[in-house]
Design a protein around this ligand. Structure first.
Ligand code: HEM
Length: 153
């Protein structure tokens, strides 16, 4: 079982603790390609659309598809690909861009659980190595802590 050791656990969030972030391995993007990254974010955003945290996301499916594609631009850039996100939106400033939305520790959990589910086909279809997939997971597991800006209600 090639992926039996792939551990995609969610690290507990501690109030205002923002550990240093390591970017995903660029090899992940080389392996899955830009389209693979867009497909991944499309799965994530379609699940978010029907999720318990959909109140903070766009209200119609078309806008949600566009938002997923925009976020894919960011992930392509962060994985060492073309800087589409910067070209279209300027400097990433991820924490600042999230301040418009109330992101609670619980919302982080939902977001990460959906992301984890959406990564599954990359694992089962053997599209990249365990190490590369883990590097993406580590990146979002930690960086998502930076986006939390509201206490659980
Ligand atoms: C902690 C859980 C998170 C929640 C609940 C969350 C929620 C949101 C929401 C509501 C938006 C605005 C709608 C949209 O454009 O999608 C957004 C935008 C975005 N998010 Fe997150 N986010 C989270 C974590 C992350 C992380 C960890 C990343 C990057 C690794 C990320 C990347 C982005 C990007 C690139 C945008 C678009 C920003 C823009 O162009 O203005 N998000 N997020």
């Amino acid at each position: 079982m090639k992926f039996s050791t792939l551990d995609l656990t969610i690290s507990p969030y501690q109030y205002r603790i923002t550990p240093p972030v390591t970017k995903p391995n660029p090899q992940l993007l080389t392996d899955i390609g830009e389209q693979g990254m867009r497909d991944l974010l499309d799965r994530v955003y379609m699940e978010l659309f029907d999720s318990s945290i959909n109140d903070i996301f766009p209200k119609n499916r078309e806008d949600m598809i566009k938002a997923g594609d925009n976020t894919a631009d960011f992930f392509i850039q962060i994985c060492g690909g073309d800087d589409y996100f910067r070209q279209k939106n300027g400097s990433p400033q991820m924490v600042g861009r999230h301040t418009f939305f109330n992101i609670t520790p619980k919302a982080r959990l939902v977001w990460l659980e959906i992301f984890r589910e959406s990564i599954e086909p990359i694992i089962t279809e053997n599209l990249s190595s365990e190490e590369n997939i883990k590097s993406l997971w580590n990146y979002i597991d930690i960086f998502s802590m930076w986006m939390v800006n509201t206490k659980d209600g």
